[in-house]
Design a protein around this ligand. Structure first.
Ligand code: CA
Length: 123
């Protein structure tokens, strides 16, 4: 009886992988809606890999998402102020991204590929 059970489990795993399809990214796909939340891209002009954040998924460790020192554009469609930091754990030099801001190239703020952590920050 054990062998048929194992075969069933293996089939289920393969099915789940196939469902992700060729466009799946290496990191887990975001569940954040970029029309309402804070989103970042690895390239300028909102291109490249995308990741969304809400106040519960603030990126203390951006390296886990492959974003460490790689973010080049951001959009803040949340109602909160977001802050980018060039150090881990919200330390170092920072940049403020107010609600409604669309920054197509962080280099204009002197911050291209510099962010190592980010969060919604209230002053
Ligand atoms: Ca980049």
């Amino acid at each position: 009886m054990r062998t048929p059970v194992r075969l069933t489990l293996a089939t289920a795993a393969i099915g789940a992988t196939a469902l992700l399809g060729p466009t799946a990214h290496a990191h887990a796909p975001t569940s954040v809606n970029c029309s309402r939340e804070f989103c970042v891209w690895t390239d300028a002009n909102f291109k490249g890999d995308k990741e969304g954040f809400d106040t519960e998924t603030s990126g203390r460790d951006l390296s886990a998402k492959g974003l460490d020192m790689n973010i080049s554009s951001v959009v803040n469609r949340s109602k909160e102020i977001w802050c980018l930091f060039d150090g881990k754990d919200f330390k170092g030099e920072g940049r403020i991204i107010p609600p409604g801001a669309e920054v197509d190239y962080l280099g204009t703020m002197g911050f291209n590929d510099k962010a190592r952590s980010l969060k919604a920050c209230n002053f």
